[in-house]
Design a protein around this ligand. Structure first.
Ligand code: CP
Length: 292
């Protein structure tokens, strides 16, 4: 059984295999996990898209989904993450999807034999979000080589930015960052571009949510000031290439990182990303459960 923890764990060839499988699922291919295969989704941080689309993917593959809610689990009695996952392994669960606020929480689970799929670890990684972003970009442009992707917003706190920057660079795309400079790490600054250069030159504008829950110091910018300085306003959208697309992992703060009117505009692929997420997660689950 295979884990999926970070995008760095996947070779270029493995990424392409997952994307191709996801597309085949989208076109109607079916694969049954087989009887007696069980999945559990352990979300210790809030989620709508990742949790629900994993559950949709699991059901489409015929997996039995064991309900797990952190708030009513024995985590509340002080049980560790390791003992929780070891318990699920012991009772016969084959694969767990985990979202946790601790960066690299999965390192403590390496002694276990159960397949672990990372649904997001703190500011660290979000590999299935990255894969669905890659599928959306590839469906639009048919390639990654030479595609200019600007990731704009709260870079330092974004697991989506990190996973995408790693994978897109590996696949031959050019990645730039923009947003408030105080939300950049020293290593991110080497790829910095002012937002208006990103807007005119990019094929993909990827906007990020401000992750207030991970900030130690509250930003002094109001929502309106952020929108004017770093958001996709209607006037900035008019300067995008006609072929460029808008991505956002969501949830979207309408009127902050993107104008309300642009969330569903003709260049937005935000809801397409969510649709693609189900097929990508089906491909990731198939990879995790297949006996090689
Ligand atoms: N994009 C994403 O991970 O959304 P959720 O937090 O709703 O899962």
């Amino acid at each position: 059984m295979k884990n999926l923890l970070t995008m760095n764990d996947l070779s270029k060839e493995e990424i392409i295999q997952i994307l191709n499988q996801a597309e085949r699922f989208q076109k109607g291919e079916t694969w049954e996990a087989g009887t007696g295969k069980y999945a559990a989704n352990l979300f210790f941080e809030a989620s709508t898209r990742t949790k629900c689309s994993f559950e949709m993917a699991e059901r489409k593959l015929g997996l039995e989904v064991i309900p797990f809610e952190a708030q009513t689990s024995s985590i509340q009695k002080g049980e560790s993450l390791y003992d929780t996952v070891k318990t699920l392994e012991s009772i016969g669960v084959d694969t767990v999807v985990i979202r946790h606020s601790l960066e690299r929480y999965f390192d403590q689970l390496t002694p276990l034999n159960i397949s672990v799929i990372n649904g997001g670890d703190g500011c660290g990684n979000h590999p299935t979000q990255c894969l669905l972003d890659l599928l959306t970009i590839h469906q639009e442009f048919g390639r990654f080589e030479g595609i200019k992707v600007s990731i704009i917003g709260d870079i330092a706190h974004s697991r989506v930015a990190r996973s995408n920057a790693e994978a897109l660079t590996k696949l031959g795309a050019e990645v730039f960052f923009s947003g408030p400079k105080e939300w950049f790490k020293a290593t991110d600054r080497t790829h910095y571009l002012p937002i208006d250069e990103c807007i005119t030159d990019s094929d993909v504008i990827m906007l990020l949510r401000i992750q207030h829950e991970r900030h130690e110091i509250t930003s002094t910018l109001t929502k309106e000031e952020y929108h004017e300085s770093f958001g996709l306003t209607e006037s900035r959208k008019d300067k995008m290439k006609p072929s460029a697309i808008i991505l956002h992992p969501a949830p979207v703060n309408r009127g902050v990182e993107i104008a309300d009117s642009l969330v569903e505009c003709e260049q937005s692929r935000i809801f397409k990303q969510m649709e693609n997420g189900v097929y990508v997660r089906m491909a990731v689950l198939k990879r995790a459960l297949e006996i090689n």
